[in-house]
Design a protein around this ligand. Structure first.
Ligand code: SF4
Length: 221
C-alpha cells in the first residue's frame, strides 16, 4: 500500500498511478508508470465506449505529493526510478493539468514522458518526449505528434471512424511519425472488433498499422 502525502500549493486531480507495461501503440511492452489524471473535456456522450474511469479524482495532490506518489509507484513496480523509465501522462485528458513544473521535475528524475491526448486542444510538445494523439472527434486541434492512434469503430459502435474513407479524411493533413488503427473494445459485442480493423488496415496499407491492447490480452492494468 502506497502512502500518499497531501500538501498545500497547486493541486493536480489524479485518478490513479500504477506501474505496468505500456499496452498500446509503438511503445507497447515498455515498462511504464501511468499517471492518470481525472477529468476529460469530451466525456461519455462523445465516447460512449470509453473504457476509462476518469470522472472523480481519487487524489488531490500538489507537485511534491504527485512526485512522491510516482516515486513510490516506481519503487514498488520497478525497484526504483530507473533512468529512461516511461511516464505515461494519461486521463481523461492529461493536457488539462500536465504543466511545466511537473514535466521538468519528472525529467529531472530521468523519466521519458509520453502523453496520450484526445487532441481536442493544442498540446505543448516541449512538455513531453512522445505525444500520442487519439482523436474522438472528426475535427481536432493537435494535428502533429509522434503517433496518431485512431480507434476503429467500424460497424461495431458509434464513432467517427465507420469506414476507411473516414479514417483517410481524419488523417488528411496531419503529420505524425506513426499511424495506428486500434480495435474498439465493446464487451457486449464480445470484445474488440479485430476482423473489421484488420480488413481496414489491409485496405489502407502503409503507414497504417494495427495497435492491439496487449495489456488486456496479458491481463495487466
Ligand atoms: S476523450 Fe478519452 S478519456 Fe475522454 S471520454 Fe473520450 S475516450 Fe474517454
Amino acid at each position: 500500500m502506497i502512502e500518499v502525502r497531501r500538501m498545500a500549493g497547486k493541486k493536480y486531480g489524479i485518478r490513479e498511478v500504477f506501474a505496468t507495461l505500456q499496452g498500446e501503440g509503438a511503445q507497447a511492452g515498455t515498462p511504464a508508470v501511468f499517471l492518470r489524471f481525472a477529468g476529460c473535456n469530451l466525456g461519455y456522450d462523445v465516447c460512449p465506449w470509453c473504457d476509462t474511469d476518469w470522472v472523480k479524482a481519487a487524489y488531490t495532490l500538489d507537485l511534491e505529493g504527485t512526485l512522491d506518489f510516482v516515486r513510490a509507484t516506481a519503487e514498488q513496480g520497478f525497484g526504483g526510478e530507473k533512468p529512461g523509465l516511461l511516464l505515461v501522462a494519461t486521463g481523461g485528458e492529461p493536457s488539462l493539468q500536465f504543466d511545466r513544473p511537473l514535466s521538468d521535475a519528472l525529467r529531472a528524475r530521468g523519466y521519458r514522458i509520453t502523453m496520450e491526448s484526445n487532441g481536442s486542444r493544442p498540446v505543448d510538445r516541449s512538455l513531453v518526449d512522445w505525444l500520442t494523439v487519439s482523436p474522438k472527434q472528426a475535427q481536432f486541434a493537435q494535428k502533429e505528434g509522434d503517433e496518431l492512434k485512431l480507434l476503429y469503430t467500424g460497424g461495431a459502435a458509434p464513432g467517427i471512424t465507420p469506414d476507411v474513407d473516414a479514417v483517410r479524411r481524419i488523417a488528411d493533413g496531419t503529420r505524425f511519425g506513426q499511424y495506428f488503427l486500434q480495435p474498439v473494445d465493446v464487451p457486449v459485442l464480445g470484445g474488440p472488433n479485430y476482423g473489421e480493423t484488420i480488413a481496414a488496415v489491409m485496405e489502407l496499407g502503409p503507414p497504417w498499422r494495427m495497435s492491439v491492447q496487449t495489456h488486456k490480452v496479458a491481463g495487466i492494468p
